[in-house]
Write a protein that binds this ligand. Sequence first.
Ligand code: NAI
Length: 474
Amino acid sequence: MAKATDFDLVVIGSGPGGYTAAIRAAQLGMKVLCVEKEPKLGGTCLRVGCIPSKTLLETTEKFVTARDRFSRIGIKCDNVAMDLPVLMARKEKVVDTLATGIAGLFKKNKVERMLGTASFTGSKTIKVTSTSGEKSISAEKFLIATGSVPIELPNLKFDGKKIISSDQAIALDRVPEKMVVIGAGAIGLELSSVWSRLGAKVTVLEIYHTTLPGADEEMSKLMEKTLREQGIAFHFASQATGIKEDKTGLKVRFAAKDAKAGAAAAETELPADVVLVAVGRKAYTGELNLAAAGVQTDSRGRITINHAFQTTAADIFAIGDVVAGPMLAHKAEEEGVAAVELMAGKAGHVDYNTIPLVVYTAPELAWVGKTQEELTTQGVKFRTGKFRFTANARALCMDEAHGVVKILADEHSDRVLGVHILGPQASSLIAEAVMAMAMGASSEDIARTCHAHPSLPEAVREAALAVEGRMINS
Ligand code: NAI
């Protein structure tokens, strides 16, 4: 018998959450359509987020290493210079390669795609608008994966040229002389690193008293110290209040607040050629017309879902940045897979306690599980093991002996509760900690696992040994 609807599932949005869910759903036997308003598949992460920024970070890190550190390890090279147009062109090529890769994966898995903007016309129907007109589509189920957009500050509205979001900060065609970055979150720190390495004088304004609110405070402070040493200036407990432009140029106004007394101080001004506003992102439900489908949002505009990713409309589901939780590509992927597995009657599940967070500075900061502050607030008794990369042989060989591994383990059970790594390749090292926590490992389990020598993961093992106060190499 012919089906009453065009598709079993329509996924709206092709970011890491949407495209992964579409492929998994097709693997599970569903007839799937993915609707995307941009010509390139991949969403924010691939087009203007994680991938372009990581290309810029990797390349500029190589550049400063060659310029500033090669001579001390015996590599002679003069006149090291960065060719910005080549850097930007290669970044686009990386993006295009990966976007084409998703299109290939869709073909391979028989996921149909449609270019256009989706709006609900009922709980089982959408219309898709594109330059070639409007099309009405029906489906048994919908998955909303429309992501997020940068938050704008009321007195610093984006103009795309001088007051910019991360969308433009990954594509500047010249290095600004002076750059003010508002927000010392992941985006602020990563893009400050890129432009500072390329020669901009970068100053970061942050409301909180150190970098990365929400990270383990010891690590945030180490991050702050490291980035200051790299030439980035910070004003903490400082709120950007506005901007003015006169004959002498652009100036960002900010009010520094005395963190202890809570008393407001006088406004100060900072000159800037470019101001990057990186104060967070907000759920994007744009043209979806959620009301027509009976889908509700919370006070922050995020789509409300239950434990099965189901919205207030029974056959409409939502995942990723458009719902509550950390705005991370891999969190969206996990949710996308779990959502369609649950739709297919399988046991989809996301372990929110083992989602790693990474800031791709140099060195990188990565963590999983609880911070020391969270455990203290919750009254959990824990033991701490720390190991510095200065005592890790491989890090020394690599000339990257900077940073520390910190493991927090339950005082009674020894179960690993949190792992925090500031150091070389922390984004990769954290995978062992994630696996350990997902398996419910103790610090002793990590300590008794054989690690290759010489290697960076030995630092994780030594930190686990340190929980018992029995590390060997420190
Ligand atoms: P964020 O929420 O991580 O950081 C924003 C920062 O701006 C906070 O430190 C906040 O205290 C500060 N702030 C807010 N208003 C301010 C004001 N008026 N003046 C001064 N400071 C102010 O947001 P961000 O960095 O924009 O990133 C957005 C999302 O994207 C986050 O959820 C982040 O986790 C995610 N992301 C993750 C990356 C990664 O995993 N490597 C990379 C980039 C983004």
